[in-house]
Design a protein around this ligand. Structure first.
Ligand code: B3K
Ligand code: ZN
Length: 879
């Protein structure tokens, strides 16, 4: 049962422009009536007007005349008005919605008694009939009528221009957004919400009202998000010269939401997870997430809203660029080096497998069945890497010139990734034609590098690039990419070199790779060197170089580039896990890992940034250690666990010392309250939590007992609580259960903390985890309609390799069943779950592959499966 795909190559400009839209929402207790009125401008004469829509149609008019059923037809969620006028006309349509029955959380839906919208990418058509494509941009005026007691707050995009009381206890508000926008940026909120107000003085002197809407009981947790917004607004002014354009900026927090947040013009709607934070209930990572998501959505105001996408294939135009911008914002706020490492780790853990699996697609996909399935790590994170490469190639100044030209040319338009690339090229007078391949070729490029002294005072690097075939494409062209490098001598000191015809002696250079095989001559090198390659992860590729363990240890100990340093350690870790795996399958003794452990001894004792130390001590995730085929997840799991256990035992005393150092650094910091969130405090706590989990491995019973006895005095804030519970979570001991139960009780009123409880249950390596997950499904706080809960419990379980990949297939069966149940309520959440869990199918060893395939086939055979989940399941089955 294959589905119809849309193709980038079929793009055609719209036949109708709609410069103006007036919407009226009449909210009643069990339904909402929506009247939409469009000023329509035909672009190619008379013809059929085709509008998407799935809402109940009440009636429609053209130029004020009710259309009889003979003049239009409604089929497959498409309204076709026969022979629409050739001259500009007004079109109005009335629809009836039932938001309380809408569990998809797209379109207009109800959550906690309030109404919210989510339109990106194609939710507007669930509200009314409309072309619902991003290149149809309109100025919106939105009028909302509702019962005043139940819906005291009525919000929509733009500025509030009117409002007042109506008979029968009702009231109304009118909002006008002067900036033309696509339908996906439309938003409306109606309900009983508390408003926290602040203000921001923009660089041009305008006063901007900031309004954050939450449940009244959550108001005390909104302060950090407001401060984050102000930081983001100031940063965009200083680094990019971009100033906010409306008089008001609103953020609304909602507990039922499909993703993190949504950048609707002037009226962002957020998952509570990315707005609410205080030290008692949020970890440092949560605070960091709030700051970066608040910033991300704010940055969209220019990169996404003022300049938007021509079609959904161009999604990365706004997402890749905006992720790059939020990454830079966070890096400018604190810990640039560590953030780069974390971004890279995220990409490798989640995007590399995507690029090597059944869902592989280029940064600009060439086709899709359900657009919601393409909000992927590739579009977002690899897209951000592509933008970062422009930045590396052009430098900050050249990149900013490109951004300036991009806004000069395209403000108010809906454009393509090619337009962005052209702005970068033209502003800098360079040719970026070859760079376009990053948008059309999927798959992670592989660089095979070798190097040697040429006996004539030069070190020669030879780089071969290849791009693996993906389901959509076999033969690929070499791409253009920056490769940042340096050289170290045998003591770890930097070695100077010069590039041919430059004469300038440097210790670092960006090589421009454009061919499938290329040689780079680094002159003036007469000593034995170790190359430091792909510094700063200058391109999103896999790089192979035949390093000896000793060379990796040298890089890990001495490289001046923190990324390259970390990467050397990661390679040593990967080698060690692979060696363990081999020993375990052959039932031999585990290897000693001398080179790795000697290098780690340096790391643990080094006086370096605590967060960097934490990263250097982190073994790559299991997903990163999986090969391209015949994966035995449990073998990898046991091999990695064995390495961690050995490391924990070997360095027990050092780790204790570091833990104490981190504790006193945290407690003695010169801040008003050391347990509040400050980036520097957070770094120490990150390191502490790494130590805690290692200490627990080395001595589970003793640590368990200690934590159990001293939990309350150790748990100074949620970061501590999380660190303690995450450490003891795997111990088969009733005290662990008691601690978790107390935790759930203590935070019984905090939905976001209960998500942590569910994640702990589902993430445990204990044997009884499947049974505990079953029990958690019955917990009063678990709700299959709430995406945060589904992700916390089922999503976490699907990443718990030890149990999800159980040999008897029980893990697969359980998750498939939950995918099916979730799909009936919320296709988007189900599809994400299916993709996370099952994309690995064809790479598994034959037995598990067969078990997983059987579950997927059963899902595919289910007629009612949504288009969303079906696209994922069928692509996985097709391999
Ligand atoms: N643009 C939204 C994502 C919409 C996802 C729709 N499935 C949030 C963001 O990336 O900023
Ligand atoms: Zn975004």
């Amino acid at each position: 049962m294959s589905q119809t795909a849309k193709y980038l190559k079929d793009y055609r400009a719209p036949d109708y422009r709609i410069p103006e839209i007036r919407l009226r929402f009449d909210i009643h207790h069990d339904h909402t009536l929506v009247t939409a009125e469009y000023a329509v401008e035909p672009q190619s004469g008379a013809g059929d007007l085709r509008l998407h829509g799935s809402a109940e149609l009440v009636g429609l008019m053209v130029n004020g005349r009710m259309l009889p059923e003979t003049e239009y037809r409604l089929e497959n969620e498409m309204l076709v008005v026969h022979r629409a006028p050739a001259q500009p006309f007004t079109f109005s349509v009335q629809t009836k919605l039932f938001p309380h029955q809408n569990t998809t959380l797209m379109g207009l839906y109800q959550s906690g008694g309030n109404l919210y919208t989510q339109c990106e990418p194609e939710g507007f058509r669930k509200i009314t009939f409309h072309p619902d494509r991003p290149d149809v941009m309109s100025v919106y005026t939105t009028e909302i009528h509702a019962d005043k007691a139940r819906f005291p707050v009525l919000l929509a995009n733009g500025n509030r221009i009117d409002g007042g009381d109506l008979p029968e206890g009702r009231h109304f508000a009118v909002w006008h957004d002067p900036f033309a926008k696509p339908s996906y940026l439309f938003a409306l909120v109606a309900g009983d919400l508390a408003c926290t107000r602040d203000r921001f003085t923009a660089a041009d002197g305008r006063e901007i009202a900031l309004e954050f809407y939450t449940r009244a009981e959550d108001q005390s947790q909104v302060g950090f998000a407001i401060e984050s917004l102000k930081h983001a607004m100031r940063w965009d002014e200083t680094r990019f010269g971009l100033v906010y354009d409306l008089d008001i900026y609103m953020v609304v927090a909602v507990g039922d939401f499909n993703m993190g947040a949504m950048e609707n013009k002037g009226l962002n709607i957020f998952n509570t997870k990315y707005v609410l934070a205080d030290a008692r209930t949020a970890t440092d990572d949560d605070f960091d997430g709030v700051e970066s998501v608040i910033a991300h959505e704010y940055f969209h105001n220019w990169t996404g809203n003022r300049v938007t996408c021509r079609d959904w294939f161009q999604l990365s135009l706004k997402e890749g660029l905006t992720v790059f911008r939020d990454q830079e914002f966070s890096a400018d706020r604190s810990s640039r080096a560590v953030r780069r490492i974390r971004n890279t780790a995220l990409l490798r853990r989640h995007q590399f497998p995507e690029d090597a699996g059944p869902m592989a697609h280029p940064v600009r996909p060439a086709s899709y069945v359900e657009m919601n399935n393409f909000y992927t790590m590739t579009v977002y994170e690899k897209g951000a890497e592509v933008v970062r490469m422009y930045h590396t190639l052009l430098g900050e100044e050249g990149f900013q010139k490109g951004m300036k030209l991009y806004f000069q040319r395209h403000d108010g338009q809906a454009v393509t990734c090619d337009d962005f690339r052209a702005a970068m090229a033209d502003a800098n007078g360079i040719d970026l034609a070859q760079f376009a391949l990053w948008y059309s070729q999927a798959g992670t490029p592989v660089l095979d590098v070798s190097g040697s002294l040429n006996g004539q005072g030069a070190y020669v690097l030879r780089i071969k690039q290849s791009i693996p075939p993906t389901p959509d494409m076999h033969d690929k062209q070499p791409m253009m990419m920056p490769v940042k490098i340096g050289l170290l001598d045998d003591t770890g000191a930097a070695v100077a070199f010069s590039l041919p015809n430059s004469g300038e002696s440097v210790t670092e250079a960006v090589l421009l790779l454009t061919e499938s095989e290329q040689e780079f001559v680094l002159e003036g090198v007469n000593v034995n060197v170790t190359p430091s390659l792909l510094r700063g992860f200058s391109a999103p590729v896999r790089l192979n170089f035949p390093y000896s363990d000793a060379q990796l240890a040298l890089l890990l100990a001495h490289d001046s580039d923190p990324f390259a340093r970390w990467e050397a350690g990661q390679t040593l870790f990967r080698r060690a896990v692979a060696a363990n795996e081999q020993a375990l399958t052959r039932q031999q003794d585990l290897p000693a890992h001398d080179a790795l452990f000697d290098a780690l001894a340096h790391v643990i004792r080094a006086e370096i940034d605590p967060a960097l130390k934490a990263e250097l001590l982190t073994v790559p995730a299991e997903e990163e250690l999986w090969g391209s085929e015949n994966i035995h997840p449990l073998n990898v799991h046991h091999a990695r666990e064995a390495l961690l256990n050995a490391l924990a035992v070997r360095f027990q005393d050092d780790i204790l010392a570091v833990n104490l150092q981190a504790k006193s650094a945290e407690e003695n910091a010169a801040v008003p309250n050391p347990y509040d969130y400050y980036p520097e405090q957070a770094e120490w706590r990150t390191l502490r939590n790494v130590c805690r989990s290692l200490l627990l491995r080395a001595n589970p019973q003793e640590q368990m007992e200690y934590v159990f006895e001293h939990y309350d005095e150790m748990a100074k804030n949620m970061t501590h609580e999380w660190g303690l519970l995450a450490a003891v979570n795997h111990v088969d001991d009733p005290r662990r259960d008691a601690l978790l139960a107390r935790f759930a009780e203590k935070f019984g009123e905090h939905a976001l903390v209960l998500d942590k409880y569910f994640a702990l249950i589902a993430g445990s390596r204990r044997d009884d985890t499947p049974a505990q997950v079953q029990a958690a499904l019955q917990h009063p706080a678990f709700a299959p309609t709430n995406p945060n809960k589904v992700r916390a419990l089922i999503g976490t379980f699907a990443r718990n390799n030890r149990h999800f990949h159980a040999e008897n297939g029980a893990g697969y069966r359980f998750v498939a069943e939950k995918v099916r149940e979730t799909d009936a309520l919320n296709p988007q959440t189900a599809a994400v779950l299916a993709r996370t869990a099952f994309s690995v199918c064809q790479r598994l060893e034959p037995q598990r592959r067969a078990l997983m395939t059987a579950e997927l086939q059963q899902l595919a055979a289910w007629d009612a499966l949504s288009k969303d989940t079906r696209e994922i399941v069928e692509k996985i089955l097709a391999g």
